[in-house]
Ligand binder design. Structure first.
Ligand code: HOZ
Length: 431
């Protein structure tokens, strides 16, 4: 007999390409049927068949204080009584911009959009408009949403599906995207020298989350900052996953390296469809209607999204201890998982930065796309399904990060370790 998830997936395929509205959730790299969910609370998530899981996806990052936080739910409910959209300015947008600036001081001006994709697409348009230059440097395996310029050697779903460079992106667009190796300043310097005077921006995930979690090596972010200053290039940090998560001020605050423009998504809306880009005011001054670089959206600054985002960010702003707690939880989980993996003789490399982490099934240190790609995907597939059977919902791809929330209790983390021990016992060890 089919499970409800299987039934729904079959039905979905008749009406939705591949049965899902975003490829990363399609279970393509792990096989089997995507789990269809119906509700979640804190870090517990329940599927349509009534199975409960401990959630390490957290909607791919935004659920830092857990699903359905009462204050966030109330904010959305209250706002909805006053209309779901105006397409006109509201006060909450100013409060939101002020709050963002308070948490991330170099975001002197910010424009709200509807997704991380939109934020990144707009940020490079702004960088091009500001500098009058065309080319953009991105890093192999970094993912900045599905804007044409970024679907070249991209991470996340594109990498999972084995098509990091998408058909449909014209040669004209592709020629303006230059690809560097993550964590290699030499590769960036080479591109800058070869394209002197033509590079508008360097965009990167300051901690990569879309080829699994990969931190910057020491000096990488600082080196990029210096190169951008020397070559008159706009440095863009894509903090869609890391913003407000790795610290109150995101990766910028954690590493004390400050970009010229920053993009946000997911997290900034507390799980509602929000993105934002912002930064130095002289750069943001080119954005319409203040300046000539066009960017617009009826749903930008949407009241439900703003109230949800404002509420979650305010909570994080008021509770610096949450960041300490998140760090401790992730370190506790990573340490105990290492012990279990060692006990089972598994070859692995684990990366953990704050509340983001990934296990790569390779004994190579994972610092870039090539090393991430050495992960044993078949082993990951087995591990994923054995964990799922034991009530642990991990990202369904070896090239995504796990996300922790303040709502992961000690008991949940203990249960995750027990499940991992059991799961690894059920998988035939590799020779
Ligand atoms: N790009 C998101 C994570 N890297 C996944 C989007 C989704 O499939 O929901």
């Amino acid at each position: 007999m089919l499970s409800k998830s299987q039934e729904l997936f079959e039905r979905a395929q008749s009406f939705i390409p591949g049965g899902v509205n975003s490829p990363a959730r399609a279970f393509k790299s792990v096989g089997g049927t995507p789990v269809f969910f119906k509700k979640a609370k804190g870090s517990k998530i329940t599927d349509v068949d009534g199975n409960e899981y401990i959630d390490f996806v957290g909607s791919w990052g935004p659920m830092i204080i857990g699903h359905a936080h009462p204050a966030v739910v109330k904010a959305v409910q209250d706002a909805s009584f006053n209309s779901t959209s105006f397409g006109a300015p509201t006060e909450i947008e100013i409060k939101m911009a002020q709050l963002v600036q308070g948490m991330v001081p170099n975001v002197e001006k910010v424009r709200m959009v509807n997704s991380g994709t939109e934020a990144c697409m707009s940020a490079i348009r702004v960088a091009r408009g500001y500098t009058g230059k065309d080319k953009v440097i991105k890093f192999e395996g970094n993912y900045h949403g599905h804007g044409d310029s970024f679907l070249i050697k991209a991470g996340s779903g594109a990498l999972t599906l084995g098509s990091p460079s998408s058909p449909g992106v014209t040669e004209g667009t592709a020629k303006d995207t230059l690809i560097a190796d993550y964590n290699s300043l030499e590769s960036v310097e080479k591109l800058l020298n070869e394209n002197e005077g033509n590079v508008a921006a360097i965009i990167l995930e300051p901690v990569a989350g879309n080829m699994g979690c990969i931190p910057p090596v020491e000096g990488f972010l600082e080196g990029l900052r210096k190169l951008c200053d020397a070559h008159d290039v706009v440095l863009i940090f894509d903090e869609v996953m890391t913003g407000f998560r790795l610290s109150r001020g995101g990766a910028q605050e954690r590493y004390q390296v400050w970009a010229d423009l920053v993009t946000f998504g997911k997290v900034i809306g507390g799980g509602l469809p929000v993105g934002a880009f912002g930064g130095r005011k002289e750069i943001m001054a080119v954005v319409a209607p203040e300046g000539p670089v066009y960017q617009a959206g009826t749903l930008s600054g949407n009241p439900l999204a703003m109230h949800a985002g404002f509420t979650q960010l305010s909570i994080l702003d008021r509770h610096p201890e949450y960041y300490v707690e998140l760090e401790e939880k992730a370190e506790f989980l990573a340490k105990r998982l290492r012990a279990v993996l060692n006990q089972h003789g598994v070859r692995y490399h684990m990366n953990q930065v704050g509340s983001m982490m990934s296990i790569f099934f390779t004994d190579t240190e994972v610092i870039d796309f090539n090393t991430a790609n050495q992960t044993d995907q078949e082993f990951f597939r087995k591990f994923f399904h054995e964990m799922l059977k034991r009530g642990i919902y991990l990202p369904p791809s070896p090239f995504e990060s796990w996300f922790l929330a303040t709502t992961h209790t000690e008991e949940m983390l203990d249960n995750t370790i027990v499940a991992a021990d059991d799961a690894l016992g059920a998988i035939k060890p590799r020779d």
